[in-house]
Ligand binder design. Sequence first.
Ligand code: TEU
Length: 588
Amino acid sequence: FGKQPWWKDALFYQVYPASFKDSNGDGWGDLPGLISKIDYLEELGVDVVWVSPIFESPQKDMGYDVSDYQKIYAPYGTVEDVDTLLEECHKRGMKVILDLVVNHTSVEHEWFKESRSSKDNPKRDWYIWKPARYDHNGKKRHPPTNWRGYFAGPTWTWDEQTQEYYLHLYAPDQPDLNWDNAECREAIYEKTMRFWLDRGVDGFRIDTVNKYSKRTDFVDAPITDHTSPHQPAPEMWCNGPRIHEFIHEMNRNILAPYNAVSVGELSLTPHPHQVIPYVSAQAQELDMVFEFSVIRLGNGNGFGAKYIYDPFPLSTLKRLTAKWQSFIEGTDAWATAFCENHDNGRAVSRFGDASTPELWSRSAKTIALWQATMTGTLFLYQGQEIGMTNMPPSWGVEEYKDIESSNFYAEAVQSGDGERVRKTIDGLRILARDHARIPFQWSDEPNAGFSDAGAKPWMRVHDDYVAINAAKQRHDPDSILSFYKHVLKLRKRYKDVFVFGAHKLLDPDDEEVWAYVKESPCPVNGRDGMPRKALVMMNFSRSERDVGDIANALGCKEGDVHLLVGTADSLDSDRTTASKGGPWPGLA
Ligand code: TEU
């Protein structure tokens, strides 16, 4: 299957730096702390470390509000610490990508300070300014449109000094850059990307990559939420008229010359037809994208109800994944395999059952097998490999620090609707971004070994850190961490099947066992040069299911497949099943 770029079968690992490792006891994770854990990442089999934003920032949105792209937020360390991180990773054959946040800056960024200083400032047009609208009697001032942003508020904020509104899809502290301005785009390429590529960074995870081109008619969105003055309007700014021109320009000007790897965050983009133009080889735009159909499962419909949890049957997951897989097979385009990140609840709490230690362990291993056998480039999120779980339901809302959580909660309280408040709290307990941001659980030492014993971590350490931590699992052959290492090796060893293989979902109506066949795209030296196949079976239920029965029911006769993997008996036995015949050794 020919020469593939290095990143297609690489293992990426997302580090949320504030919560990974604190080296100086200030309760906030930092770069020296991350550097002290590179051996841990290497041992897991990580090829590429993705570091969420570490730049100078007022931290209104945990660094996704950058005030200086060439400085490091002091509690994380210094630019020289980044040089050390690069050096330490590169000497181990590992790479580093940074989080590129260029849909917006912080209000504290010099560019915005100039832009807001006067209407005729040369950088005025680097942001999106619009005059107010007034009632017919000219009394009441209104924003240019009725759009609702991602953090439960309007997308416009009035600026007294120049008497205009500016656009922000996220917090008022995150004004949107105007990508329609060529000078602004040039500055983004030169001042945020080239600076880090020249220092040796290997590429970028590109934040909100489909939002840079907005519709320029700025019209009101239809009223769909009668409880709010602001209406969801992602169609006004997702996949806009010039988006492919901009991303292609970014590719030609900066990504390609540096051979930088790129993965774009592409939410709310109908796939496959609207995703392919971002990632097809001939597009010369991005290498990969994150497609969110699967990870969004359970989110309430639309912006207004995001945190009104919408329970889903497993079959939804399977149907979505089948569709997702078909889009990958349909082209040489590449999506990514992932089930966690810093914007979502923990997978074992959402897609598994963490209610008892036994079920928690089996669930986490089943999820590990799911991820390790998925087609595409695999991304893990810190803590997923040891089965870190959502915050305990007993914790109060004060433990939810994230702007998105607190804004949705405040909006529910302001609505005066007790039922909505209750549902929002229930939704946050499953879906909140905060669950992924509590300190990494390294050991059973105080503060879970994340920070010094006397320190007060910026977020509360999980109550279960004594039972769930990396040190406890590292040498335990039955641990989740050991299982991840096991199935990650399986993925690498049979990458033609698991990374590059076609995916055939077997029984979309079975609500308990999720089974699919993966087939290598090319004849290998297996039996008679036939493509290699694997039957993957995962029992997401508590009932006993027999491997043989399933295989037969699925029409997979013995010898049909060369590798049988799965936690198919039930969540109560994580035995992985040896292969049945075929040229391959069973799962060791
Ligand atoms: O998220 C982009 C985005 O679409 C968010 O709405 C995200 O999907 C949502 O919060 C999920 O609950 C990126 C970053 O990943 C996120 O952390 C930032 O808050 C956001 O952009 C603004 O930079």
